[in-house]
Design a protein around this ligand. Sequence first.
Ligand code: BGC
Length: 408
Amino acid sequence: MNPDWSRSASNEPGGSRVANLSTAVWLDRIAAISSGSAGNNAMGLRDHLDEAVRQDAANGSAPLTIQVVVYDLPNRDCSALASNGELKIAQNGLARYKAEFIDVIAGIMADPKYSNLRIVTIIEPDSLPNLITNVNAFAACQEAQSSGAYVQGVQYALNKLHAIRNVYTYVDAAHHAWLGWDNNFSPMVNLFHQMATGTTAGVNSIDGFIVNTANFSATIEPHFTINTMVNGQSVRQSKWVDWNWYVDEQSFAVGLRNALVAKGFPNTLGMLIDTSRNGWGGSARPTAASTSTNVDTFVNQSRIDRRIHAGNWCNQSGAGLGERPTAAPAAGLDAYVWIKPPGESDGSSSQIPNDEGKGFDRMCDPTYTGNSLNGNNMSGALSGAPVSGHWFSAQFQQLMQNAYPPLS
Ligand code: BGC
């Protein structure tokens, strides 16, 4: 349990119902290692690990797991603006990432006083997936690829973190509505494999992969699968599914795992799904499959994911807390985890000056009418949001309201 997040949650009316759940610690800039992260987060990495040791001692014999997101690659968030960071490739960012970020984190995690903890690291959300789909459209991604900075940065992180016996590494693998098409999926599997084989321990430097980090895709769509036919038409033909091979995160996680193992990763590979905000409960949640014989109507009336478009990613209106953190929920899955701390914004809904390198991404603006990445749809974002990582009370209230399973 992260005391920083827990305090924010329990300060909210009704928040004590979830405030004791495990959420990840985000190391989202160099300063976060020593002094805590943005907004109301105050604790540094040592504070968190010391607290984990304390909680471990108070909680009996089961090993305690702490989850830490490693998130400061140079040119971070290269296809968007809301989570741009402090390091730039052109300004010696990769060398600084290694020396001032990864080395310091690894040095702390290797401290023998933390050796009884299980330290789970979530490595660089969105980074390698951006190399698959966004190099042509975004100069910052192009630079991340041509310089080798993303791959080398992730390899460096894996080398340092995997070398610590009680640190477990999970590399970010985006989500089904990013990588679920053949022309993204296969290159991603190849890049993961090529990247891993370039680390000291090779494919063994990775314990698993995580999907849906900070996203809103449903874990399981209960009312249809990718094989569902509607009046002779596959749901793949619907506008919503749009020829994707997956309709939800659990099927995607298992499909990706199978492909990675076939490619040469060990069969011990375990998948995580970030379920912090993909519950989609509340009054808008469909309770049964649609009876429509029109494939678009069928999918739109049946899907629990109520987003306007599956490419929408910022502070999604109508979302709810998802499955609570759960170990080994299904074959091939190590856990459902809460990585994005619910209540922390994905980005500001209008421009807000800040000293964190965060930009204003119009995908966080509720009046934005979209671009090719979300099919030119409305952004679906909530209004009144602060910059990414900062506490967003109204969003937290809605997430609790629409939790699924519901909160008691
Ligand atoms: C932000 C980080 C923050 C994280 C968790 C990201 O979108 O860029 O600053 O720590 O979300 O809320």
